[in-house]
Design a protein around this ligand. Structure first.
Ligand SMILES: Cc1cc2nc3c(=O)[nH]c(=O)nc-3n(C[C@H](O)[C@H](O)[C@H](O)COP(=O)(O)OP(=O)(O)OC[C@H]3O[C@@H](n4cnc5c(N)ncnc54)[C@H](O)[C@@H]3O)c2cc1C
Length: 291
């Protein structure tokens, strides 16, 4: 199918794009990599009057480091993130998650801003942003505001973005150099959205767990931060025994629904297995940085 007719704008500055968005309001959609939006248009599940293409705004594509954060421009391609030495060094969880997204052509076009704004519950980036306590910088024609990941993701395919706002940047706190990470997921075929995923970062010293951050993908309307699991590990340390208890607790915390891809019980079982797998791998990587 072909999309319905729409006016097409390809501004070269953010200001121009925001003015257009202000003018069209609810009738416009911004176009990033088009990997989710174009299928929606072609199936006529979305019929905007105007498309505002962000692809010519070079100022929105960058990866920059400051003393405490890595700041990634919204139009940065997933493929650029996959091969960024800065991401590799400071946000290895984001690197690992990127390699799990779809296929090469999707990562070549897909952007971080598009993936976050689309907010598919099974997508990897929202889970990483939740686990790492990322911040989202949102702009409209008049002002800028910053939201935490847990404020940004509202429900299925829905974020806190207002109709006239765009994501311009995602800010990730740098992970401690002694931390280990893992993104464990299960998908039926390579490149499919995962049935369930668990993102984990831990900072382990001997059996002591100085810091644990975990979030899920694919088992609820938004990523779920597993705070009770984090507290447990930070209190009891990271041992084989505590990993077992943590995995059971993770499975209790999620509330997945049944759909045609998997039952709620199966997704809960996956959370148990993937939490165990992610914690073992993250702990091993953390210990390796100190050996
Ligand atoms: C076959 C296939 C497999 C895939 N597998 C995976 C997978 O395994 N994991 C995964 O995470 N993703 C997967 N994807 C989705 C892919 O990651 C998309 O690239 C992503 O969801 C959307 O990014 P985009 O840049 O293409 O955005 P677009 O498709 O251009 O936009 C998506 C939505 O976000 C809005 N938007 C875009 N940028 C902004 C912005 N800066 N500010 C505000 N709103 C914005 C658009 O208006 C639109 O509503 C898959 C896609 C396909 C087609």
């Amino acid at each position: 199918m072909k999309p319905p007719a729409f006016a097409y704008h390809d501004p070269t500055s953010l200001e121009e794009a925001l003015e257009l968005l202000h003018r069209y309001g609810a009738d416009a959609k911004v176009l990033a990599g088009g990997q989710s939006l174009m299928p929606l248009l072609n199936f006529r599940l979305s019929s905007p009057t105007a498309l505002i293409d962000l692809n010519r705004i070079a100022a929105l594509a960058y990866i920059r480091q400051d003393s405490e954060q890595l700041r990634i421009g919204a139009m940065t391609r997933q493929r650029t993130i996959e091969f960024s030495p800065l991401v590799h060094e400071h946000l290895p969880l984001l690197h690992e998650a990127t390699t799990l997204i779809g296929h090469l052509p999707i990562r070549t076009r897909g952007t971080i801003g598009g993936s976050m704004s689309h907010a598919d519950p099974a997508a990897e980036y929202p889970a990483v942003a939740t686990a790492l306590e990322a911040e989202f910088v949102l702009r409209n024609a008049r002002s800028t505001r910053i939201l935490r990941a847990e404020e940004f993701f509202v429900t299925y395919l829905t974020t806190a973005l207002a109709l006239d706002e765009v994501v311009i940047e995602v800010r990730f706190p740098l992970s401690p150099s002694t931390s280990g990470w893992a993104f464990a997921e299960f998908a039926q075929r390579h490149g499919d959205f995962a049935l369930a995923g668990v993102a984990a970062v831990v900072d382990v010293h001997g059996e002591r767990c100085q810091m644990a951050r975990l979030a899920t993908a694919g088992v609820g309307p938004t990523p779920l931060r597993l705070r009770a699991v984090e507290h447990l590990l930070e209190q009891d340390g990271l041992t084989e025994q505590s990993i077992e208890v943590a995995s059971e607790r993770a499975a209790e915390l999620v509330d997945p629904s049944n759909d045609l891809h998997a039952s709620a019980d199966y997704r809960r079982h996956l959370v148990r297995v993937l939490t165990r797998r992610a914690l073992r791998q993250a702990a091993a990587r953390s210990r390796k940085t100190q050996s």
